[in-house]
Design a protein around this ligand. Structure first.
Ligand code: AR6
Length: 189
């Protein structure tokens, strides 16, 4: 399913964040030290290569909701935007912090003239954020900022499992109905 918000497309797909060919930037669900770790961060560092961590070390540590940008090295993208999501039940207010991850990543993408960006479901793995709640918050945050973007034309959320994709598709369907007519000039399922 793809929705269009003032010329910016937003879609949810099942896939691997390290295999987003044709996207200028991908987003990393990082840890504070921007170290390899597990999950998305582990996969990104593995596919990107050791030079990524060399660059990351100079930018760490980062705070919850903060984002930084690096080159993507061996990945098929130009940039990686690293973001530290909230740990569910620990970093408060977690909904605002999670939303700010997505918003700040888009703002940093704009500054770097990124035209297409792919996000994973930040905080929904090791950080324990319930997928239904995360879906609503993250898609809402992306829709809110999408209307103000000048450079970014394409936003993708990459889900790792069929069941997570279903949750995101349902959340996107619900949010689509709340968009004002002026905000959507084309919607397709
Ligand atoms: N592509 C897309 N999505 C993925 C991939 C992948 N290759 N691998 C996992 N997911 P997580 P967090 C999904 O744990 O919750 C790390 O160890 C996964 O199913 O990567 O923000 C860091 O070092 C889940 O839905 O990120 C941090 O310490 C989502 O991506 C900590 O985990 C996020 O899972 C960050 O935790």
């Amino acid at each position: 399913m793809i929705i269009n918000i003032k010329g910016v497309t937003l879609e949810c797909v099942k896939g691997d964040i390290t295999k987003q060919i044709g996207f200028d930037a991908i987003v990393n669900a990082a840890n504070a030290y921007l170290a390899p770790g597990g999950g998305v961060a582990g996969a990104i560092h593995k596919a990107s290569g050791p030079l990524l961590y060399q660059e990351c070390k100079k930018l760490a540590p980062i705070k919850v909701g903060e984002v930084v940008i690096t080159k993507a090295y061996n990945l098929p993208n130009k940039y990686i935007i690293h973001c530290l999501g909230p740990r569910y039940g620990i970093d408060k207010p977690e909904n605002k912090l999670l939303a700010s991850c997505y918003k700040n990543a888009l703002i940093l993408a704009e500054k770097n003239r990124v035209t297409s960006i792919a996000f994973p479901a930040i905080s929904t793995g090791a950080f324990g954020y319930p997928i239904e709640k995360a879906a609503k918050i993250s898609l809402q945050a992306l829709i809110e900022v999408a209307g103000e973007l000048r450079e970014v034309k394409r936003i993708r959320v990459v889900l790792y499992s069929e069941s997570d994709l279903e949750v995101y598709q349902n959340a996107l369907k619900k949010l689509k109905t709340t968009l004002k007519d002026g905000d959507k000039n084309r919607c397709s399922s």
